[in-house]
Design a protein around this ligand. Structure first.
Ligand code: SF4
Length: 109
């Protein structure tokens, strides 16, 4: 049975949780806003064989690529969970979670 006390406790817990979520997301969103999306046509992208769609990487030209590898599964992807996220080897830039490059690194390795 819900009592007035349990409702107040629940409301306090939800308020604290919301503060935590928004405090965590705000810096990541601000950092992302200052970055620009990497184009596969740029020299920096070509140097690492970056592609926006990992599923379309040609294994003949990129023999290290394996099914399941993408920026979203790479250890070098940075903060956030959005479509475009930071990459630790590309300062100031964003990559797509669907992308891939030859610097892909297994998480936790
Ligand atoms: S290092 Fe990882 S996150 Fe960065 S572009 Fe390459 S595959 Fe994507």
């Amino acid at each position: 049975m819900l009592t007035r006390r349990s409702l107040l406790t629940l409301a306090g817990t939800l308020a604290c949780s919301w503060k935590f979520v928004t405090a965590d997301a705000a810096p990541a969103a601000a950092a992302n806003a200052a970055r620009t999306l990497l184009s596969p046509d740029e020299p920096a992208a070509k140097a690492i064989a970056y592609a926006e769609l990992a599923a379309k990487v040609d294994p003949k030209t990129n023999p290290t690529w394996r099914r399941g590898q993408s920026c979203a599964t790479c250890d070098l992807i940075e903060f956030g969970t959005g479509r475009a996220r930071g990459c630790s080897i590309l300062p100031g830039r964003l990559v797509l979670g669907t992308g891939w490059c030859k610097a892909w690194k297994l998480r936790g390795s």
